[in-house]
Write a protein that binds this ligand. Structure first.
Ligand SMILES: Nc1ncnc2c1ncn2[C@@H]1O[C@H](COP(=O)(O)OP(=O)(O)OP(=O)(O)O)[C@@H](O)[C@H]1O
Ligand SMILES: NC(=O)c1ccc[n+]([C@@H]2O[C@H](COP(=O)(O)O)[C@@H](O)[C@H]2O)c1
Length: 258
């Protein structure tokens, strides 16, 4: 993966698929954009519930695991990008096994903001499919997608208009967000009712779908807490938070999180 990543950098690419189909192969695309540092079972649950609730009847779903080498807020530490790509490829195999009727691609992009990721995916991945891309996010991330500070001095209603007119945001409620669980589940209807006007236009509420996590114990799982547990040697607890293939990888490569 080191070579693959070096080539991506050397060639100044904006987007590249490194595993799985190079272009969209299904009418429905679900994109999980994450730091994969490491991927965990709440990520799996987000994918699983979104596909269960929103896949098109009797068609294959295409999942894209997307890693941005520039994050809107985080430094690229501790795991190196090649290690994260290795974990993404393992996670992709796990998804194909666990989520029938799904095909998985793994990709890299330089873009941190969803409006730019969306543009490059329409240019380089979805091609002839005039598809509405479904982005999978936790509630903390949807709040940041709609945070004016990322677009200053432009207005969200202007800069995000094209993105919001052709995407769906599938969101999983999560603990430790600025809104409690009940308010997270009401978020889309609150947007539709105009509660966040003029920042968030009310018609965008129809693009937002917030789900409760079916497994309460996964609601507060996060990559950063997992890294803390690895460092503290509390690895037994991780069996309930990581897919078995990622648990195995992490156990063999604990120092990547130092
Ligand atoms: N427990 C969870 N419940 C709901 N969504 C989650 C959960 N964990 C992660 N996500 C969502 O998955 C997406 C990708 O996750 P990300 O890579 O930021 O993982 P993370 O566990 O939040 O990482 P970190 O702890 O390093 O911030 C984000 O939109 C995030 O909100
Ligand atoms: N306004 C935005 O589009 C926006 C804001 C915050 C994070 N992000 C992106 O969301 C993804 C997940 O972010 P975290 O890994 O920080 O949770 C990253 O690719 C990050 O760059 C986008």
């Amino acid at each position: 993966m080191k070579k693959v990543f070096e080539q991506f950098r050397k060639n100044d690419l904006l987007f590249q698929i490194i595993k799985g189909p190079q272009h969209l192969e299904s009418p429905k695309l679900f994109v999980l954009d994450s730091s994969f540092n490491p991927p965990h079972l709440a990520h799996f649950q987000l994918l699983s519930q979104a596909i269960k609730n929103f896949k098109l009847n009797n068609t294959q779903s295409h999942i894209l695991l997307l890693l941005a080498v520039n994050n809107a807020d985080k430094l690229p530490i501790p795991a190196s990008f090649p290690h994260r790509l290795e974990m993404m490829c393992l996670f992709a195999n796990y998804l194909e096994e666990k989520l029938p009727q799904s095909v998985v691609s793994v990709g890299l992009t330089v873009f941190s903001k969803f409006i730019d990721k969306d543009k490059v995916l329409h240019e380089q991945f979805t091609q002839e499919y005039n598809t509405n891309i479904g982005y999978l996010v936790g509630f903390d991330t949807i709040a940041r997608i709609f945070d004016e500070k990322y677009y200053h001095p432009l207005k969200i209603s202007d800069v995000m208009e094209s993105f919001m007119s052709k995407c769906q945001l599938y969101c999983l409620a999560r603990d430790h967000c600025h809104l409690d669980a009940e308010s997270q589940l009401k978020y889309a209807s609150d947007i539709l009712a105009g509660k966040y006007e003029p920042v968030i236009p009310k018609e965008w509420g129809s693009r937002v779908h917030v789900m409760q996590n079916d497994y309460p114990s996964l609601r507060n799982v996060s990559s950063s807490e997992i890294r803390k547990k690895i460092k503290a040697g509390q690895v037994e607890k991780l069996r309930d938070e990581l897919p078995s293939c990622i648990y195995g990888y992490v156990m063999k490569n604990k120092t990547i999180f130092d």
